[in-house]
Design a protein around this ligand. Sequence first.
Ligand code: BV8
Length: 222
Amino acid sequence: MRITVLTGAGISAESGIRTFRASDGLWENHRIEDVATPEGFRRDPALVHRFYNQRRATAVRAQPNAAHRALARLARHHDLTLITQNVDDLHERGGSTEVIHMHGSLLGALCAACGCRWPAPLVMRAQDLCPSCGAPETRPDIVWFGEIPYHMEAIWAAVENAGIFAAIGTSGLVYPAAGLAQHARRNGAETIELNLVDSAVSRDFTQRRIGPATTVVPEWVD
Ligand code: BV8
């Protein structure tokens, strides 16, 4: 039986990476429109690069936690599809080998002119030139609001074929990720939500495990 798991910022919170909508969340320091939309990037690429350079520096210093490691163990004994909204690489550094990053990755750079991708340097600048076409149009390889998330075909398939769909540490506020539980349920999956508190889509889950991810995820996995 396939298990499909969706993670959000809450699974990395205990690794010291702030979530978006907590009281001290990232968005508090910036308006979403200024740092996570193509329009915001066109308006002020230096601000957006500063925002992502700061998050990249935090992410490379962070360590995977017991929840990331528990999901890596789950993959060793089950047919698991791991989908994350997160742009850090803590799942990979926690031992997961196949991770679908539907909102992109802090470790990736993208040329807005030719679409070429390459490993992002720790500090990206608006005037960096694309190694392929030479255009000064480099951006973080991140899916912003209004852009189409990556790997949606594979994501819909993994959700439709899941016997169990679990969402861990996500507020259920951002679509299409927030709609995946309802889609899984409509396709016959058992749905379980693991979170500190209710999310915006808790009604879509038949089971709940309330608590910090480093407690409830290993308990669920093991
Ligand atoms: C798109 C960039 C079209 C990277 C992000 C309806 C249908 C379709 C689209 C829309 C729709 N309504 C509105 C839209 C448009 C929009 C949207 O959803 N807007 C919202 C604000 C209403 N969506 C889009 O634009 C998306 N694109 O729709 O294209 C399309 C549609 C379908 C199919 C094809 C094409 C693009 C969305 C991507 C935007 N980019 N980030 C970055 O900077 O990181 S989203 C951003 O929010 C992050 O990626 C983050 O992952 C994501 C979701 O947040 P969460 O991960 O849930 O984090 P949050 O802080 O909100 O919550 C943390 C949770 O953890 C909480 O529940 C908390 O309780 C819990 N927690 C905290 N600590 C712990 C914990 N849990 C356990 N243990 C703990 N210790």
